[in-house]
Design a protein around this ligand. Structure first.
Ligand code: ZN
Ligand code: ZN
Length: 137
């Protein structure tokens, strides 16, 4: 038994590790809200997160969470689009746009690279050699 207080209503319930800390009743309620929100967005094209939150009485953060989880369908010109946390570009789901995701992978590689270079002091000639090899990969 793994008892916890529900994050939403405070009731004690049997917590399943790995799942959100909310009780089955609140989970069901949230699921109903999700359906309501989804329907509202479908019927009211062009609504903003704030409008949906007010109309359906849902926390705007929850709506963003659903968007991040890619559970809500939005069009490319919808005000419901999220902003990339890196550059602010409009994205439909997740936290970063494709560009930022790509540059994050690149900067991760260069961090690994510079780390390697710092660990093994080399002459200039050898350094560029290892860079070339990296690019070939
Ligand atoms: Zn609850
Ligand atoms: Zn971005």
């Amino acid at each position: 038994m793994n008892l916890r207080n529900c994050k939403s209503c405070g009731k004690i319930f049997n917590y399943v590790p790995g799942l959100p800390p909310i009780c089955p009743a609140c989970k069901q309620e949230l699921e109903n809200k999700f359906k309501e929100v989804k329907l509202y967005i479908r019927e009211h094209k062009g609504v903003s997160i704030t409008e949906v939150a007010e109309a359906c009485n849902v926390d705007p953060h929850q709506i963003k969470q659903w968007l991040r989880d890619d559970r809500l369908e939005v069009t490319d010109d919808s005000p419901l689009l999220l902003n990339c946390e890196g550059c602010g570009a409009r994205i439909r789901s997740g936290r970063f746009c494709d560009k930022c995701k790509a540059s994050m992978t690149n900067s991760f590689n260069s961090i690994v690279n510079s780390h390697k270079a710092a660990q093994t002091p080399q002459t200039n000639g050898k350094k560029s050699e290892s860079k070339m090899r990296f690019l070939d990969n």
